[in-house]
Design a binder for this molecule. Structure first.
Ligand code: ADP
Ligand code: MG
Length: 320
């Protein structure tokens, strides 16, 4: 009987895959499983977890924890869930090491951009809201898990870290259900678990100015998180100036950064590679590479505005 079971279950083993629109982007997963029933559960649970994270952290849902905190935290310190505490704390860490390039209070001003409707804040709005873009005005009290905004116009947004984190959660969930080979992606944030029976997963980095789906570089990878930030994901061209108005803001100026076209960061976890890709995007080639080169376990590939590719030290051949 046992023999029979083993035979049927391995005859059932196959790749499973699903894609759904969640968190304002496309969430995809592919994994191998020996057991059909467990595989169905893994698919359902993982997508449900992505939706839960979206409900909790979306700035567009009025009853998300994030929206509630944004409405209350300038009035009194707000107790955060463990999850939000973890993400705000991590965000503040990346603000520190990126010298403020990564800053979740970008939203104090970023909230007034609407890429679909091609709208951006007026100069008056920009100068009056810019003082509220400053992570140092966030008082996170880790002893009681509360957050206080020391400026009435502050809003936070986790768009630069939440998808990487969600991908980590998905991989943890799949692993707990016995999966050892998988890829999970949420927009520009992916993680690969294991490999494909001895072959590495192939992850493409888009050509920032190419046609949809055209890869500039293909990376063979296993057991890695990969996050890409690009100026082509969410943007419009301002008719008056002809400028590309995209979704990564320089917290110093409150305007989209104009330093590079795309940044891909590789490392162990999405909750780190995601904010790092946004950070390097704002820092530009030189300061961005300097940041990645001084961290252990992270690498990056930058495509600049002229299309030139820059690699961190860990990706360069020896003697170069
Ligand atoms: P994507 O959302 O395309 O994966 P990123 O990971 O770079 O790209 O995240 C960009 C998002 O990060 C923006 O849509 C916005 O929500 C948020 N963001 C923009 N500028 C900053 C910044 N300077 N610091 C932190 N988060 C930012
Ligand atoms: Mg990012």
């Amino acid at each position: 009987m046992l023999f029979f079971l083993v035979v049927t279950s391995s005859a059932n083993a196959e790749w499973y895959s699903d894609t759904q629109a969640i968190m304002g982007t496309e969430v995809s997963l592919t994994f191998w499983h020996e057991d059909k029933n467990l595989a169905a559960r893994a698919l359902a649970d993982t997508m449900a977890e992505m939706r839960r994270i979206d409900r909790q952290l979306s700035p567009y849902k009025e009853d998300s924890e994030l929206s509630i905190v944004n409405r209350q935290a300038a009035k009194s310190p707000q107790r955060l869930s463990r999850e939000l505490l973890y993400l705000v704390d991590k965000s503040l860490y990346f603000s520190g090491i990126s010298e403020g390039a990564f800053d979740i209070t970008f939203a104090s001003l970023g909230w007034f951009y609407n890429y679909r409707e091609k709208k951006q804040p007026s100069e008056g709005q920009r100068s009056s809201l810019l003082p509220a873009v400053n992570y140092q005005l966030l008082k996170l009290d880790k002893s009681d898990g509360s957050l206080f905004y020391q400026h009435e116009n502050i809003r936070i947004d986790l768009g630069g870290i939440a998808k990487g984190y969600a991908v980590d959660r998905a991989v943890n969930l799949l692993s707990a259900l016995g999966v050892t080979q998988a890829t999970v992606s949420a927009g520009g944030d992916s993680r690969v678990l294991g490999d494909k029976f001895g072959k590495q997963w192939l992850i493409g980095i888009k050509n920032p100015r190419g046609s949809k789906g055209e890869a500039a570089i293909v990376l063979p990878l296993s057991n890695t998180a990969v996050s890409t930030s690009g100026d082509y994901e969410r943007y419009f061209i301002d008719e008056a100036s002809g400028e590309r108005v995209h979704h990564i803001l320089n917290p110093r100026t409150g305007k989209p950064t104009r330093s590079v076209a795309s940044v891909t960061v590789l490392g162990p976890q999405g909750a780190d590679t995601d904010p790092l890709s946004t950070s390097v995007f704002v820092l530009g080639v030189e300061r961005g590479l300097a940041l990645i080169n001084k961290l252990d376990n992270f690498d990056c590939i930058i495509i600049d505005l002229a299309g030139k590719v820059h690699y961190s030290q860990g990706l360069m051949p020896p003697n170069s």
